[in-house]
Design a protein around this ligand. Structure first.
Ligand SMILES: Nc1ncnc2c1ncn2[C@@H]1O[C@H](COP(=O)(O)OP(=O)(O)OP(=O)(O)O)[C@@H](O)[C@H]1O
Ligand SMILES: [Mg+2]
Length: 580
C-alpha cells in the first residue's frame, strides 16, 4: 500500500480554505504561522506582477478591489473570467493560485511536500463544478485522488471513533453554500442517505445584508453612496463581517470606520454605528429560514422524521451565529452539537478520507473506513420527442452504474447522437446540458437500432462517465463528457506553464485491453516508476495482479528510472499500459 502521508486533505472554501493530514494514526489540522486554520480564499494581483494569496490578499480588498479576487469557488465551473490589467484569468487559475499557497503553508508547517490531495466539495456540486476544482488543483501539479462531499467529510470527522449506530444530520452553513445531509454512522461505515442544499447561500449573503443596512445609514447621514466608491464599499464590507463575528459572542458592537472617505476639503469622514444582535437578527432572519426547505427535503428523501435524528452536527463559520442555533432548536426541536470546531471539521474529514481503504484494523487501531455516498443530481439522456429519460437518479448510492437500451427515431441514419443532461427537469434545458457525442450505427428502419447506453458515477469524484454500444456491430464509444465551460487540455497546459517554474507534462495513459484512459499532469522531474505507483494508488492498476505493469511509448518499453524530461514531446505524452 502506498504511503499516505504525502496526501493532504483540503477544504477549499468560498471564503476560507483549510487543510489537514493524517499522521501517526490521527488527523491533524495544519495551522499557519499565526496558529490559524483559515487561509482566506482571496488572491491579489499586485501591479508589479507579484501575487499575494490569503490574509495579505484579503487586506488589499480595501485598497485594490479591482485587483483582488474573492469567492472564486462560486464561479468554479462557470464561464466567468476575471479581467486584471490586460490579462484574463479563468476561475481555475485563481483556484490554482490558492492551492499553491496552501501547499506552501503545508510544506512550511509539516515539512512534507504534498503532491496528492483529497479535496472536499459541496454535496450538490455539479459535474462542471467538480471538474473545475479538480482542474485547479491539477494546474499546480496536485493530483486529486478523490473528491469527498463536504457533509460526508464532516460526518467522518464526527464519527471516526463512534461505535454506536447513529443517524446524524449535517447542517453546513459556510461562506458561500448551504449543505445538508443525513448519514447513518456505524463502526466506521458512513452511509449517506440523502443530501440537499442551496448553492448560493452563506455568510457572504449575511454580510451583504449588513452592508445594505449600513449603506442606507451612510446615505442618510452623509449623502454619499458607497456603491459608487469601491474603496468605501470594501471598508464597509470588512467592517460588516467583523461586526457579524463580534455579535456571535457579544450582544452589541460598535462599527468604526475612521476613514470612510475624504471630503472635498481633505478632511476624513469617520463612520461610527452601534449595531446590536437583535437588529442583526432582524436583517437576516429570512436567510436563516431558507435553510429549512433543504432540511425538510433530505428528511423526506431519506424517509426519516426529525425524531429519527440522533444528532445535528454544525459545520461552517456561519453556524457560530447564535440565531442559527436558536433557529435549529426552535424549528427542529433539537440542540445542535458542535464538538469539533465547525471551521475545522471538513478538513479533518478530508484528511481521514486519505486513509480510506487503508486498513488500520491490522494495527489494532480502528476499523477500515467505508463511505457510501449518493449522487447529487439525476443524470439522463434526451429522447424523442423532447424529454429526458433518467438513467441515474438523485440520491442513488455511489458508485453506481446503470444501462438502458435506446433506438433510432429516424430511418436509415448512419449515426445516433447521445445527449446527456443532469438535473431533475423532465425536459432538456440548456443549463442542464452536460455534453453529447455521436456513435456509428448500421442504417436501419425506425426503431430497429439497438443502442445500449451505460452511465456510471464513480466514487472518486462523483463525476459521470458515459459509454454507448451498438448491439449489432459491437461498436462502442466511451466518453468523458466535457462539462460545459470546462478548460480544454490546451488551455489547462497554458495555465500550468504560467504557474510553474518547472515544466509539467500531461501524460495520457491508455490501457487498450480494458479500453480505459486517464490523464495525469506530472512534473518533468518525475520518473516512469512514479507514474506506475501513482496509477496503482488510484487503482488504475490492480495491486493484486499476478502480472507486472509496464509502460510503452510508441512501442518502446520504458525503464522505471527513466525521467519524463528525457522525452522529446514536452507538453503531451501518450503512454500505453501493458502487463506481462
Ligand atoms: N464567529 C463567527 N460568527 C459568525 N460568522 C462567522 C464566524 N466566524 C466565521 N464566520 C463566517 O463564516 C463564513 C466562513 O465560513 P467557512 O470558513 O466555514 O466557509 P467556507 O468553507 O469558506 O465556505 P463554503 O463552505 O460555503 O465554501 C464567513 O462568512 C465568515 O464571516
Ligand atoms: Mg466550508
Amino acid at each position: 500500500m502506498s504511503n499516505n502521508t504525502n496526501i493532504i486533505g483540503i477544504d477549499f472554501g468560498t471564503t476560507n480554505s483549510k487543510m489537514a493530514y493524517w499522521f501517526l494514526d490521527e488527523p491533524h489540522i495544519i495551522y499557519d504561522n499565526n496558529k490559524e486554520v483559515n487561509t482566506p480564499s482571496v488572491v491579489y494581483f499586485k501591479e508589479d506582477g507579484t501575487i499575494l494569496v490569503g490574509k495579505d490578499a484579503k487586506k488589499n480588498l480595501i485598497l485594490y478591489p479591482e485587483r483582488t479576487v474573492y469567492s472564486v469557488k462560486r464561479k468554479m465551473g462557470f464561464k466567468h473570467r476575471y479581467h486584471i490589467d490586460n490579462d484574463v484569468y479563468p476561475p481555475e487559475y485563481i483556484g490554482a493560485l490558492i492551492f499553491r499557497e496552501l501547499l506552501t503553508i503545508a510544506k512550511t508547517q509539516t515539512g512534507i511536500e504534498f503532491n496528492e490531495a483529497v479535496i472536499s466539495v459541496p454535496a450538490n456540486f455539479s459535474d462542471g463544478q467538480r471538474y473545475a476544482i479538480k482542474d485547479a488543483a491539477e494546474i499546480v501539479g496536485l493530483n486529486v485522488v478523490r473528491m469527498i462531499n463536504e457533509p460526508t467529510a464532516a460526518a467522518l470527522a464526527y464519527g471516526l471513533h463512534e461505535e454506536e449506530k447513529k443517524t446524524i444530520l449535517i447542517y453546513d452553513f459556510g461562506g458561500g453554500t448551504f449543505d445538508v445531509s443525513i448519514l447513518i454512522v456505524e463502526d466506521n461505515f458512513f452511509n449517506v442517505e440523502a443530501s440537499s442544499g442551496i448553492n448560493k447561500l452563506g455568510g457572504d449573503d449575511i454580510d451583504e445584508r449588513i452592508v445594505k443596512y449600513l449603506q442606507d445609514i451612510i446615505k442618510k447621514e452623509y449623502a454619499f453612496d458607497i456603491q459608487k466608491n469601491l474603496k468605501a464599499l470594501q471598508l464597509v464590507r470588512l467592517a460588516a463581517e467583523s461586526a457579524k463575528i463580534e455579535l456571535s459572542t457579544s450582544k452589541s458592537t460598535t462599527i468604526k470606520i475612521p476613514f470612510l472617505k475624504t471630503k472635498s476639503d481633505g478632511t476624513p469622514i469617520a463612520f461610527r454605528h452601534e449595531l446590536n444582535r437583535k437588529t442583526l437578527n432582524g436583517l437576516i432572519k429570512d436567510l436563516i429560514e431558507e435553510t429549512e426547505k433543504p432540511v425538510m427535503d433530505v428528511l423526506k428523501n431519506s424517509c426519516f422524521t426529525l425524531n429519527d435524528i440522533d444528532e445535528i452536527i454544525l459545520v461552517g463559520g456561519t453556524t457560530k451565529m447564535p440565531i442559527v442555533k436558536e433557529f435549529i432548536r426552535e424549528r427542529f426541536g433539537k440542540d445542535a452539537q458542535s464538538g469539533i470546531d465547525p471551521h475545522e471539521i471538513v478538513a479533518i474529514g478530508a484528511a481521514i478520507t486519505t486513509i480510506e481503504d487503508f486498513s488500520l484494523k491490522e494495527r489494532n487501531k480502528i476499523s477500515p473506513i467505508e463511505i457510501s455516498d449518493v449522487v447529487p443530481h439525476s443524470f439522463g439522456i434526451r429522447v424523442f420527442p423532447n424529454d429526458i429519460e433518467k438513467i441515474i437518479h438523485k440520491n442513488e448510492k455511489i458508485p453506481i452504474s446503470w444501462s438502458k437500451l435506446f433506438t433510432n427515431v429516424a430511418p436509415f441514419t448512419p449515426e445516433l447522437k447521445v445527449e446527456a443532461y443532469q438535473g431533475e427537469k423532465e425536459t432538456p434545458i440548456k443549463r442542464n446540458f452536460l455534453g453529447s457525442f455521436l456513435i456509428k450505427v448500421p442504417p436501419k428502419p425506425i426503431g430497429s437500432n439497438k443502442l445500449d447506453v451505460y452511465f456510471e458515477v464513480g466514487k472518486e469524484y462523483g463525476i459521470l462517465n458515459v459509454t454507448a454500444k451498438d448491439i449489432d456491430t459491437g461498436h462502442e464509444r466511451a466518453v468523458r463528457l466535457e462539462a460545459k465551460g470546462r478548460l480544454s487540455n490546451q488551455e489547462k497546459m497554458k495555465w500550468i506553464k504560467k504557474i510553474s517554474d518547472e515544466n509539467f507534462v500531461s501524460v495520457i495513459i491508455c490501457d487498450k485491453k480494458q479500453k480505459i484512459e486517464t490523464t495525469l499532469f506530472i512534473s518533468q522531474k518525475q520518473t516512469i516508476d512514479y507514474i506506475l505507483q501513482n496509477l496503482m494508488y488510484r487503482k488504475f492498476i490492480s495491486p493484486n495482479s499476478t502480472q507486472s505493469p509496464h509502460l510503452y511509448f510508441k512501442k518502446e518499453l520504458l525503464k522505471k528510472e527513466q525521467k519524463l524530461a528525457n522525452f522529446s514531446s514536452k507538453d503531451y505524452l501518450r503512454l500505453e499500459l501493458k502487463y506481462f
